[in-house]
Design a protein around this ligand. Structure first.
Ligand SMILES: Nc1ncnc2c1ncn2[C@@H]1O[C@H](COP(=O)(O)OP(=O)(O)OP(=O)(O)O)[C@@H](O)[C@H]1O
Length: 250
């Protein structure tokens, strides 16, 4: 069995007296899509903040690619290959879709492009941005203002922006939130196509999407892991059904 790319051990975070993540341990293998589910307020987003470095942990360790990154700030984690999208959209609406991704490519590769002339540098940035847009199904929307894209297309663009950092691990916080059926299906297809190429941690409330996509599911309830493993096994766990899935799993 290959080594986990992400290894979270006994992670804790409290806000005042409220313990929001409580000795959370989980592993994500290279290429695995690992879903984290749980009721509202279970601590899922907080856990993602702790993994991405947005929030310092009170205890526990985060290892990435075998390295202890627990004390590293967010930008250092991005540099090592952890990318995330936010529930709040982070695109620049006044720029085209292509420019949004090209800026992210430039942000990553500023130094490696500096030996090129201006024109070739721009071409190289645009080529890479165009291929990322293609990957998320937005090739035909490249020259449109990002602000004019549909909600689903904006979420796809955010994924392309995250991919521009050349991540090895993608952290996605509710990428299907606020979408209709058709848009959801498009984003699910994008995630399916990324699966295997990137390790992905997916927080999602859409159970159909979770069980269609996930290789492994971890369930949080009141900050604690109450189940983790094969989606079918997790789905049939009485404790999980009681805590979260309820009638949906019946
Ligand atoms: N900065 C903060 N200060 C105080 N309490 C916080 C803070 N951030 C989160 N919380 C609390 O921590 C708990 C867990 O929040 P979190 O957003 O991690 O849950 P979640 O599982 O992602 O929920 P949802 O599914 O609704 O997004 C909630 O009770 C929330 O109110």
């Amino acid at each position: 069995m290959s080594e986990a790319i992400l290894d979270v051990e006994n992670l804790n975070k409290s806000f005042g007296a409220l313990r929001v993540t409580d000795d959370v341990s989980l592993q994500v293998m290279p290429g695995e899509l690992h879903a984290i589910i749980g009721p509202n307020g279970a601590g899922k987003t907080t856990l993602l903040h702790q993994v991405s470095g947005l929030l310092a942990s009170d205890g526990g360790t985060v290892r990435f690619g075998g390295e202890d990154i627990t004390g590293l700030p967010m930008h250092a984690r991005v540099h090592r290959g952890i990318a995330r999208t936010f529930q709040i959209t982070s695109i620049l609406p006044g720029f085209t879709a292509l420019e949004n991704v090209a800026l992210a490519v430039q942000g990553r590769s500023g130094s490696s492009f500096r030996f090129f002339g201006i024109a070739s540098r721009e071409q190289a940035l645009n080529d890479e941005a165009a291929s990322l847009l293609d990957l998320v199904g937005l090739a035909a929307r490249a020259d449109l203002g990002a602000g004019t894209l549909s909600h689903g297309e904006k979420r796809a663009l955010e994924i392309a922006i995250a991919l521009a950092t050349k991540p090895r691990l993608l952290l996605l916080d509710e990428p299907l939130a606020g979408m209709g059926h058709e848009e959801s299906n498009k984003v699910i297809e994008i995630l399916r196509s990324l699966k295997g190429r990137y390790a992905i941690v997916l927080i999602e409330h859409d159970m159909d999407a979770v069980f269609a996509l996930a290789d492994r599911v971890t369930v949080l309830s009141y900050g604690r892991v109450i189940a983790s493993g094969d989606p079918a096994v997790v789905r049939s766990s009485p404790e999980v059904r009681a805590a979260y899935l309820g009638d949906e799993a019946a």
